[in-house]
Design a protein around this ligand. Structure first.
Ligand SMILES: Cc1cc2nc3c(=O)[nH]c(=O)nc-3n(C[C@H](O)[C@H](O)[C@H](O)COP(=O)(O)OP(=O)(O)OC[C@H]3O[C@@H](n4cnc5c(N)ncnc54)[C@H](O)[C@@H]3O)c2cc1C
Length: 308
């Protein structure tokens, strides 16, 4: 049985949207295909008349660093691969958690084709790159037949595996977030079954800013998954740290609070809820401690990924 009948390779975002509109919901975007083709082959996808391959659209394959006064922003196209993110020096140094999460997705073959846009649109609460984009407070631009719209990343998710980006009508064009400045740092840690190749048992991404004296937490973003049905920030834990002295005592208290309040579920393929709760404490403590060192020293070398 044919799984699709036509295959189009548009060169611009506008052409892709025109094609999706022509097929009136019966065409589907394909990027790396590492999620989509598995779903299609397993029969878990509605019939597809045409695939719209977005990997030749130059505009959405770029990583741009944009200066804006004292701040710098990264703009990462929706069709940028995990490998390209890991190789980019500014992302390694100033959005280190994203490199640490993209650098452990699958193996090199997967990372060379799998895109960050596909990771987010697939909308799984354990997706590695997604967790870091949430902690980095990214926004996402989505092209639709009515023009482009920008959303805070957490507004893209409608449920496990469900996105408001309808990939038979819309195209996620880029992500934007501020790169870390003096006194700021980020980190990502995850736990995986030794024989695992797909989703982790648990992942944790954090971003922090210290006050001017570099003594107290001034801002904290935490994203841990899978805990909630959609990727979200752990606001109660974040609030518990703000204004506190940045040291092992406050980090331990936050890790304890996470252990007491977060409610991950049991997955028959990955881990029990009880095990995940123990790991929440460990991963949150580890990633906060790493982010703190990075914020204090201004030096960040990604851990657990290939060095350049
Ligand atoms: C062996 C293996 C190991 C893996 N390991 C991990 C892992 O460790 N961690 C992890 O998080 N994931 C993992 N994955 C999952 C997967 O690689 C990622 O989710 C990947 O980022 C998906 O991107 P893609 O380009 O392949 O998306 P595709 O499969 O091409 O697309 C996925 C979905 O998103 C839509 N889509 C894609 N791009 C866009 C866009 N720009 N705009 C609108 N819709 C779009 C598609 O229509 C489709 O519905 C693994 C997969 C495999 C096969």
């Amino acid at each position: 049985m044919k799984l699709w009948s036509r295959y189009h390779v548009p060169r611009t975002v506008e052409q892709a949207i025109e094609l999706l509109t022509e097929y009136a919901g019966h065409a589907q975007i394909i990027a790396g295909g590492t999620d989509l083709l598995i779903d299609v082959q397993a029969g878990n996808h509605p019939p597809i008349e045409a695939l719209i391959d977005i990997t030749r659209i130059n505009e959405i394959k770029q990583i741009q660093i944009i200066e804006d006064g004292a701040d710098r922003y990264a703009e990462i196209g929706g069709a940028v691969t995990h490998s390209a993110i890991v190789a980019r020096p500014e992302i390694r140094s100033y959005a280190t958690s994203l490199v640490e999460s993209c650098g452990v997705v699958g193996g090199p073959q997967v990372r060379n084709v799998a895109t960050i846009g596909g990771n987010v649109v697939h909308a799984l609460p354990a997706a590695d790159g997604t967790l870091s984009l949430v902690a980095l407070d990214a926004s996402a631009e989505v092209a639709t037949p009515d023009g482009r719209k920008t959303y805070p990343i957490t507004e893209l998710f409608a449920g496990p595996g469900k996105s408001i980006v309808e990939s038979n009508r819309h195209l996620l064009t880029k992500f934007r977030f501020r790169l870390s400045n003096f006194g700021e740092g980020s980190a990502f840690q995850r736990m995986m079954r030794p024989q695992g190749v797909a989703l982790p048992i648990l992942g944790c991404a954090v971003w922090i800013r210290l006050d001017e004296a570099r003594e107290r937490f001034a801002a904290v973003n935490i994203s841990i998954g899978p805990v909630t049905p959609t990727p979200q920030r752990a606001k109660q834990i974040e609030d518990s740290l703000i204004g506190e002295l940045a040291n092992s005592d406050s980090i331990n208290r936050a890790a304890q609070l996470a252990k007491q309040t977060l409610k991950p579920r049991t997955s028959k393929y990955r881990a029990t809820a009880e095990y995940r709760v123990e790991m929440v404490e460990l991963l949150l403590r580890g990633s906060l401690e790493t982010a703190l060192v990075r914020a204090r020293t201004g030096e960040a070398i990604p851990e657990g990924v290939d060095q350049l």
